[in-house]
Design a protein. Structure first.
Length: 175
């Protein structure tokens, strides 16, 4: 839980580095919160507690906005720990924006009952979605399982390993 709180505390911090542990715990807790709220919302809808279900959905939407900003910041710092620019996460977000845009274009002028049919009629969208989902899975797996650089890099000191006095970056950081 402390790692999750650390990620939340650094929501607007796009500098420095984050450990795998912070990344992993953050996403585990976010998944647990999302799954739990979805489950409770489904039960509320099944019990005809529509107002409560809608309230939960709206609440989760608001929480999701904050968690998304935190995720972008955390992924940036995690990429920094691997010695990469935070801009690499555009590999994830640009395709998602494309998928949302395509879905919006397909469904904006349709009657709600025809939305599912329209999505299935555009054969390429599911394949594109699967491809992007696999890309996201691979990238997040790398972020979760690949150890960060053991020495200081241009993004800061290693959060896991002690300072490396012989690194060109550690001398620049102290100056």
């Amino acid at each position: 839980m402390n790692w999750f709180l650390l990620a939340l505390k650094n929501t607007f911090n796009f500098k420095g580095r984050s450990r795998r542990r912070e990344f992993g715990w953050y996403y585990l807790i976010v998944f647990t919160i999302g799954f739990s709220m979805s489950l409770i919302q489904e039960f509320a809808m099944m019990l005809n507690l529509t107002g409560f279900g809608n309230f939960l959905g709206s609440t989760y939407d608001l929480i999701s906005y904050v968690l998304t900003i935190t995720a972008v910041s955390l992924v940036t710092r995690r990429l920094h720990d691997l010695g990469r620019s935070g801009w690499w996460q555009l590999i994830i977000y640009l395709p998602l924006i494309y998928i949302y845009w395509q879905t919006y274009q397909l469904t904006s002028s349709l009657h709600p009952n025809a939305i599912t049919q329209a999505i299935y009629m555009d054969v390429s969208l599911p394949f594109i979605s699967i491809g992007f989902s696999l890309t996201i899975l691979v990238m997040y797996s790398i972020l979760l399982f690949k150890d960060g650089q053991k020495h200081a890099n241009k993004y800061g000191e290693s959060p896991k390993y002690p300072s490396d006095a012989h690194s060109e970056y550690s001398t620049n950081l102290t100056a």
